[in-house]
Ligand binder design. Structure first.
Ligand code: ADE
Length: 224
C-alpha cells in the first residue's frame, strides 16, 4: 500500500511513522508513506496557503489553489482509491473502516488546519472524510498518524503473528479479553488458574466469556 499525505506540518508525522510496527511495515516493503509539504504549492513567495474566510469571522481557511495543485500533481503519477480529508465532521473511524481501507492500494490523505479547507476541495476532490473522534485537534496530522497506524497494521504480513489482529478489540465486535504474563503470582495477585491449565479449549472459552463480559459492561452498544 502507498499512502501520500499532504500537510503543512510533516514533522508531526515523521516520528509516529518511523518506529515500531509502522517502521517494520515500511522496511518490509508492505507500506510506503510519502509526506508532501503543502507550501511547495503556495500561492506566493511568502508561502501563503490560507486566507480569511468569506462572510467574516475568526480563523483562516486553507485555500483552493495550493490544495488543488498538490492533489493534481500527485494524481499525475497514480490513481487514488480514496482521497481522504481528516476532519472532526467526517465519518467516525472504526475497525470496519480500517479493515476496508487496508485492502486499498493507493490512498491520499489531506490534513487540514485553522478553520479547515475550502469547501470546494471537499466537493471536487475528496472521496471520504474521516474523524478519529468527537473532539477537535489543532490539525489533521495526528489524526492522519492514527489512521496510517490503524490501517497499516492490518495490511497482510505487517504483524508478525498473522493471527494477532484477529483477536484485537473490535475485530469481532467484542472488546479484547484481559491478558497476563509472568509471574503467575505478583504480591499475591494471581493469574486466573485456567490460563495456567494448559487446556487450550478451556482457555479459548474463558477468553470468549471474558470478552463478552467486558463488552457488556463497558460497551453494550457494540453488542446490538
Ligand atoms: N482534525 C481536527 N480534529 C480532528 C478529528 N477529531 N479527527 C480528524 N481530523 C481532525
Amino acid at each position: 500500500m502507498r499512502i501520500d499525505i499532504i500537510t503543512v506540518l510533516p514533522e508531526l508525522l515523521e516520528s509516529p511513522l518511523s518506529h515500531s510496527i509502522m517502521k517494520r511495515a515500511q522496511n518490509k516493503g508492505l507500506l510506503e508513506v510519502h509526506l508532501h509539504h503543502l507550501r511547495q504549492w503556495a500561492v506566493n513567495e511568502y508561502g501563503q496557503i490560507d486566507d480569511y474566510q468569506y462572510g467574516g469571522g475568526a480563523g483562516m481557511v486553507m485555500m483552493c489553489e495550493p490544495l488543488a495543485n498538490a492533489i493534481e500533481h500527485l494524481q499525475k503519477d497514480r490513481k487514488y482509491d480514496e482521497i481522504i480529508y481528516l476532519t472532526p465532521d467526517g465519518e467516525r473511524l472504526d475497525q470496519k473502516i480500517a479493515n476496508q481501507l487496508s485492502l486499498k492500494e493507493n490512498l491520499l490523505f489531506i490534513c487540514g488546519h485553522y478553520k479547515g479547507i475550502d469547501e470546494r476541495i471537499r466537493e471536487h476532490y475528496v472521496t471520504k472524510e474521516i474523524s478519529i473522534g468527537d473532539y477537535v485537534l489543532s490539525g489533521g496530522e495526528l489524526a492522519a498518524a492514527v489512521l496510517v497506524d490503524t490501517v497499516g497494521r492490518l495490511i497482510p504480513g505487517v504483524l508478525n503473528d498473522e493471527t494477532s489482529a484477529l483477536f484485537d478489540s473490535f475485530q469481532d465486535e467484542l472488546l479484547a479479553p484481559p491478558v497476563y504474563t509472568r509471574p503467575a503470582d505478583f504480591r499475591g495477585w494471581k493469574v486466573p488458574d485456567i490460563l495456567l491449565s494448559g487446556d487450550l479449549k478451556k482457555v479459548e472459552e474463558w477468553r470468549y466469556e471474558q470478552a463478552l463480559k467486558r463488552t457488556e459492561e463497558r460497551r453494550p452498544d457494540l453488542l446490538k
